[in-house]
Write a protein that binds this ligand. Structure first.
Ligand SMILES: Nc1ncnc2c1ncn2[C@@H]1O[C@H](COP(=O)(O)OP(=O)(O)O)[C@@H](O)[C@H]1O
Ligand SMILES: N[C@@H](CCOP(=O)(O)O)C(=O)O
Length: 296
């Protein structure tokens, strides 16, 4: 295996995981995109970042996209080289919009673009490596494939399947000012949950697949959760309050990923959006990314 290109560019979408009941399983690709260009060079690795994370991320081998790229090159049996990265980031960090999965998928897909036998880094391989790095497949799957996905892990590794999405489906994302890192939000989850809560979520997750396909009357019932949101409530009080108020008003709101953003599985009305903006929330109507990461 060798490197056949010295410059590749990748785009990768934001993702919202869980969608309420589908903890570590369901995910949705959103139309907010990070762009990374990668040049293989003789010198040492450098990273330039604009947009989200500028001035806060490592500018060397410690950068997450570089680490994922190295993992991809190693998996493909390709030689390592110095790397010159330019990252234009639009996905907010530490907000539950899958920025880390996007960075990992960007690095792995960039590695695919650089090597002589890209099949060594086909979608199965990228999903497996991204899941290893992330620890769960629910963001990596929609970041890679686009649309809505159900992801699961078997003895032979992670898999994903597309969930049919109603064409008229328009999500809204509410982004707070504060970050909450995913590993912090995962640390508060219990090791075990009551059987009745597991059964509760199984029912809602099944309903949600129907609701996403067009059975919108099921959306409120389908977005209930007992596996993660209430355990995390104290770590994101503003989010918990916003989800509760929105649901009381009839909006299918859930915590986006591990939070603290809120995902509303509908097109929020302007008046409510303005009220939230005046309380410090950024209101995004990103649309759905129907395709996942791609080289361009
Ligand atoms: N585009 C990026 N480039 C480099 N590192 C990133 C990028 N996006 C995220 N990260 C790293 O991942 C962290 C956020 O990941 P995480 O806590 O999983 O939150 P989320 O994925 O929900 O945004 C950031 O603080 C940063 O260390
Ligand atoms: N299933 C994960 C999803 C984390 O998503 P992120 O966008 O917050 O990284 C979890 O709930 O921990």
């Amino acid at each position: 295996m060798r490197l056949v290109r010295d410059l590749v560019r990748v785009r990768v979408p934001a993702t919202s995981a869980n969608l309420g009941p589908g903890f570590d399983t369901l995910g949705l690709a959103l139309g907010v995109w990070d762009e990374v260009s990668v040049r293989a060079v003789a010198g040492e690795t450098t990273v330039r970042v604009t947009g989200e994370g500028a001035g806060q991320l490592p500018d060397d081998e410690a950068h997450l996209v570089v680490r994922a790229l190295r993992t991809g090159l190693e998996h493909a049996g390709a030689p390592q080289a110095g790397l010159e990265l330019v990252c234009h980031n639009a996905i907010p960090h530490g907000r539950g919009m899958g920025s880390s999965a996007a960075a990992v998928v960007a690095g792995l897909v960039a590695a695919r673009g650089l090597v002589s036998e890209p099949a060594a880094l086909d979608d199965d391989a990228v999903l497996a490596l991204a899941t290893q790095i992330e620890g769960h497949p629910d963001n990596a799957a929609p970041a890679l494939f686009g649309g809505a996905t159900a992801a699961w892990v078997d003895a032979d590794g992670p898999h994903a399947a597309a969930i049919p999405l109603d064409d008229a489906f328009t999500p809204t994302v509410l982004v707070p000012a504060d970050q909450l890192l995913t590993h912090t939000a995962r640390a508060v989850l219990p090791g075990e949950v009551p059987h009745r809560d597991a059964a509760f979520n199984v029912a809602r997750t099944a309903l949600l697949v129907l609701a996403l396909g067009g059975r919108r009357e099921l959306l409120m019932a389908a977005t209930q959760d007992r596996l993660h949101q209430h355990y995390r409530a104290d770590a994101m009080r503003g989010t918990t309050e916003a989800v509760r108020a929105l649901r009381d008003a009839g909006w299918p709101a859930v915590v986006s990923g591990a939070g603290p953003s809120v995902l509303v599985l509908d097109d929020l009305d302007d008046r409510t959006a303005q009220a939230l903006t005046s309380h410090g929330w950024r209101v995004l109507r990103p649309g759905i990314a129907r395709t996942g990461a791609y080289l361009y």
